[in-house]
Design a protein around this ligand. Sequence first.
Ligand SMILES: NC(=O)c1ccc[n+]([C@@H]2O[C@H](COP(=O)([O-])OP(=O)(O)OC[C@H]3O[C@@H](n4cnc5c(N)ncnc54)[C@H](O)[C@@H]3O)[C@@H](O)[C@H]2O)c1
Length: 430
Amino acid sequence: MSSRIAVLGLGYVGCVSAACLARLGYRVTGVDRDEFKVRSVNEGCAPFYEPGLEEIVRDTVARGRFDAAISLAEGMADADVAFICVGTPSEKNGSLGLEQLRRVVGEIEALLPHRDKPLLLVVRSTVFPGTCEEHIIRPLRRFPGIRVVANPEFLREGSAIADFMEPSLLVAGSDDAAAAECVAALYRPLNVPPCIVSLRAAEMIKYACNAFHAMKIAFANEIGTVCESLEMDAAEVMSALCEDRKLNISPAYLKPGFAFGGSCLPKDLRALAHRASRLDLKLPLLEATLPSNQEHLHRAIDLLLDLPARRLGVLGLAFKENTDDLRESPVVALLEQLIGKGREVRVFDPHIQLDAIYGSNRNFILQQIPHIGRLLDARLEDTLGWADHLVIAQKPDDGMRAQIESSGLPVRSLIGAALPDADGFLSRRR
Ligand SMILES: NC(=O)c1ccc[n+]([C@@H]2O[C@H](COP(=O)([O-])OP(=O)(O)OC[C@H]3O[C@@H](n4cnc5c(N)ncnc54)[C@H](O)[C@@H]3O)[C@@H](O)[C@H]2O)c1
């Protein structure tokens, strides 16, 4: 392994990363301004308790593959790659503290005029999207040969070594794809397929993961709280929930797109919140889900109201494709708003014929939009021929997609990238 690595910051992330990279065979120098941590590593000891770390530090230091320095100049002298692992603690107002990052970048900047070889800077610290551009790339851009890759760390204290050696996710993000590939290649001995993404995506993925983990815990605890107050076994419920690998523990429902609706999700969330209030329980996460969905619907409405369109054609009226169920379809709420704001609207849904729907379904739509019959087109080509803009609210099949593409209409998709050349509501063309 030819790469010589400097790891800047020997805290939980830095020391574990440095020791594990040395274990993988790299020659690593850790740098920290804390003398105790540097001395500790050089004596072959872990500077804090983390299961398994002491053994790896002792072994790699003894083999001459890992040492530590106080001085950045010394630690980075021979390095081709520098991992930035300094802390990014919370400020009082909750914002991300970038003091350590700014300082270490300032120190790197001071060294660069004396360097004659390229440097790959790998940002392991958790930073918000845009931070690498603003605080690393911009101050260092006058130096040729500097490449920056965000490579967020996903280890958990207490199982950090196992998490490094068998990572749940390996992300390398850069606007220089070759640099991201170089970072991914450093981890090749781990045999984990890397996710190569853009720089900002790599920064954001870490926040998305941590928010998701936190939300999962809060969700399980709120469901557990309801179970507990109904004198039920929460573990029994949650372990059955986890058995479902198709819809629950899976990518299902995790694609950014349009609001949810239909005859079940809103109704059942309302019932759960209602029962919780009768039980005197506060379930902020579950109670916030319908308001969150409502906010999302309003974002979509605002987006459509801003379009330079007079005649909006809408594909899809039901809450999703392949059903004629209109109850609590967010598209119905969307149409009401667009019509209320004076937009001309026509709709095509391959499964909706007003004469063929009945019962609560028919009552719902006629109550919400009594003149819906006049807005519904029987054929997609009628909608496409009339509209000057198309809104995709449910997934088109291949035939519809071809018709839409050949119509040449500008398209807005609310359900992600429904067509290759259409901007999604929340997904951009790349
Ligand atoms: N701790 C975790 O479990 C964990 C997991 C994943 C990601 N992260 C993220 O990784 C980053 C580091 O977290 P941590 O827990 O290891 O932090 P930490 O506070 O334990 O370690 C940071 C180290 O950087 C050193 N340092 C700061 N400025 C320096 C400089 N200019 N030169 C040399 N050394 C310097 C500090 O002395 C300290 O030892 C943070 O952004 C954190 O959010 C942490």
